[in-house]
Design a protein around this ligand. Structure first.
Ligand code: GLU
Length: 409
């Protein structure tokens, strides 16, 4: 099943509840620019994409993913989600995404650099601070952003740090980028607990995807009295009913590279992790983790999507009928791109803002976004999900911009 086709069902559903006309919706049914290149390095070929989905609200914005499962269908879906995420966050961007299909794990640093540079070189005509601005995503990081920035600047012949975000501080990056997605997710979870769980304490949680975002959010929650009973990464998971030591597990993961040889707790599979008896399930891995095949077996009453697209359309329906609340990806994981926006704005003005101040701004923005979605949800008297409320707000803002641009009437 195509992920993108699944997305379109969500659009159709929001169209039905919001009364958006076919004529208006058509601007959101296909990307405005879809570029594909086969990168060639030492005789090996690497399929690579950069897809700009919509630019009504500003230049394209969204990460680049290095993963063996990358496909056009996936990149298009991720670009679509970025479009909605940026609109919902009310930052001046359209949406885009990129990807290269290969497995970066265990690859030499030279090879990784060659692939990163080849990507920036090939897509340079379509990138730039006013065209389309990449950032890290799954298995890409600050080092990769540095190579890409350097390559791009060699092609265009001038400095342009605002063409990419998630850079090291020395190249114009921003200190808080490392834990920004987790920080945003944490703020949203606190809002959710205050509105739906009357501020209840010591809630249990499980994390699928104990990587960058997943381990940071676990540490923030644990420091606040939440209890992590299970965590997993691509190698499998660990479970401990009375709570795992989050810092110890994070240090272990950092040193060993995976959770597979962690000695405390009970070993569980990724599938078992999803079905753990827990208050909050945090999905921080890849898309399509909960589908009609396992949605019935999910016991958590609250799901927070720190990854993009971890719950598919059919699973949404099953979970909604069971009364499970889902905080959707385009709201829950937007802390990353909001912080990218701060970085980009600094690069453009040359003014460096204090980290403490930026954290206050992120906090305000996440709360405002949560409140907008929550109020829309309340106004519909529980007849729509938080995801539908978020989509509705995001789509609306894009369509207003398209109207001002005269693309729709
Ligand atoms: N890859 C992140 C996301 O999916 C961040 C994108 C960005 O900062 O542009 O939201």
């Amino acid at each position: 099943m195509s992920i993108f086709a699944d997305n379109l069902k969500r659009l159709q559903e929001v169209q039905a509840i919001s009364g958006i006309k076919d004529e208006e919706m058509k601007v959101l049914l296909e990307p405005v620019q879809n570029k594909y290149v086969e990168l060639e390095i030492e005789g090996e070929k690497y399929p690579a994409w950069r897809i700009l989905y919509n630019r009504a609200l500003g230049p394209g914005k969204g990460g680049i993913r290095f993963h063996p499962e990358v496909s056009e269908d996936e990149v298009k879906s991720l670009a679509f989600w970025m479009t909605l995420k940026n609109s919902l966050a009310d930052i001046p961007y359209g949406g885009a995404k990129g990807g290269v299909k290969f497995n970066p794990k265990g690859l030499s640093e030279q090879k990784l650099e060659a692939i990163s540079r080849a990507y920036a070189h090939a897509f340079a005509p379509y990138l730039g601070q006013d065209k389309d601005i990449p950032a890290p995503d799954v298995y890409t990081n600050g080092k990769i952003m540095s190579w890409m920035l350097d390559e791009f600047e060699q092609v265009v012949g001038h400095h342009e740090p605002g063409m990419i975000t998630g850079k090291p501080v020395e190249l114009g990056g921003i200190k808080m980028r490392g834990d920004a997605t987790a920080q945003g997710g944490y703020i949203v979870i606190k809002e959710m607990v205050s509105k739906f769980l009357a501020g209840k304490k010591n809630l249990s949680f499980a994390v699928q995807g104990f990587g960058n975002a997943g381990s940071f959010i676990a540490e923030k929650l644990a420091a606040d009295g939440f209890v992590m009973v299970a965590a997993s990464d691509s190698s499998g998971g660990v479970y401990q009913a009375d709570g795992l030591d989050v810092s110890k597990l994070a240090q272990f993961k950092q040193a060993a590279g995976s959770l597979s040889s962690y000695e405390e707790g009970t070993k569980i599979s990724n599938a078992e992790l999803l079905e753990t008896e827990v208050d909050i399930l945090i999905l921080a891995a890849l898309e399509n983790q909960i589908t009609e095949l396992n949605a019935d077996k999910i016991k958590a009453k609250y799901i927070v999507e720190l990854a993009n697209g971890p719950v598919d359309f059919a699973a949404d329906k099953i979970l909604a009928s069971k009364g499970t609340l889902i905080v959707p990806d385009i709201l829950a994981n937007s802390g990353g791109v909001i912080t990218s926006y701060f970085e980009w704005a600094q690069n453009r003005t040359g003014q460096i803002l204090d980290e403490e101040y930026l954290r206050v701004l992120l906090d305000k923005k996440m709360k405002a976004n949560w409140t907008a979605v929550y109020e829309k949800y309340l106004a519909a008297e529980n007849k729509i999900t938080l995801r539908q409320a978020a989509y509705w707000l995001a789509i609306n803002r894009i369509l207003i911009a398209e109207k001002y641009r005269g693309r729709i009437s």
